[in-house]
Design a protein around this ligand. Structure first.
Ligand code: 6GU
Length: 231
């Protein structure tokens, strides 16, 4: 899988050298390339933003550097999925992480300020190298830019790339894979600071353990995220 990231803060992505994503990268499973948007400007001070047309607060990212950055990143490629992280986008959930994990080429365009001129999104969708354009939001809160959101998306999708996680079973039994929250986990010792491990987990009765875990998933989901059961 190839991943390109375009950002005005390339140094943000140095954390991708560590952890599971770092190992996958070192092993050649993922090829991540980070690009500085300012390298695609031709003006003094490498300016990438301007005032919003129609008025209003803040600044908007100019289309020209984005156009040139995408010209460069997409050159010679095919079937790229281009992601624009945005609090105004579709909610990024586990099924979307799975879809991104199956994409051979992902391009993340990190906006700052009040966002990117909308014509960049529109134009990107018309490019022959592009299979799909997606505007994706991490959740209902506002970040200063797409960088942190993209880091989360790369980790969520990257860990689903075959070969990336040591034990593939651990991918099946986690929160959100079956639309429910995960059951609580315990390890040894059986009693810690006076607190007991639920006895069923020590029973050796695998059917009873599976039933208890399912009930815990349902109880937790009803209590904390009831909308997951309705949706
Ligand atoms: Cl993807 N971007 C920004 N700037 N804020 C967000 C977000 C994305 N998702 C939630 N808040």
């Amino acid at each position: 899988m190839r991943i390109d990231v375009v950002t005005i803060f390339p140094e943000f992505f140095s954390v991708l050298d560590v952890s599971l994503v770092g190992k996958a990268r070192a092993a050649g499973l993922i090829d991540i390339r980070v690009h500085d948007l300012r390298d695609f400007t031709h003006v003094r001070h490498r300016t990438v933003d301007d005032t919003p047309t129609g008025g209003g607060a803040g600044m908007v990212m100019k289309p020209e550097p984005w156009g040139e950055a995408l010209d460069a990143v997409l050159e010679g490629t095919a079937d790229a999925v281009v992601v624009f992280p945005s609090p105004a986008g579709e909610l990024f959930r586990q099924p979307i992480a799975r879809e991104l994990a199956e994409t051979p080429h992902l391009v993340f365009c990190c906006g700052r300020y009040e966002g990117i001129d909308q014509r960049v999104v529109e134009h990107t969708a018309t490019r022959p190298e592009v299979a799909a354009v997606r505007e994706l939001s991490l959740g209902d809160y506002v970040l200063n830019g797409g960088e942190v959101a993209v880091m989360a998306m790369i980790e969520a999708a990257g860990r689903l790339v075959p070969g990336m996680v040591g034990n593939p079973d651990s991918l099946v039994e986690e929160s959100h894979e079956d639309g429910l929250l995960e059951y609580p986990s315990y390890t040894k010792p059986a009693v810690w600071r006076g607190l007991e491990t639920p006895p069923v987990l020590l029973s050796g009765n695998h059917a009873a353990i599976a039933a208890w875990r399912r009930e815990q998933q349902l109880e937790r989901t009803r209590r904390i995220r009831p909308e997951l059961l309705e949706g």
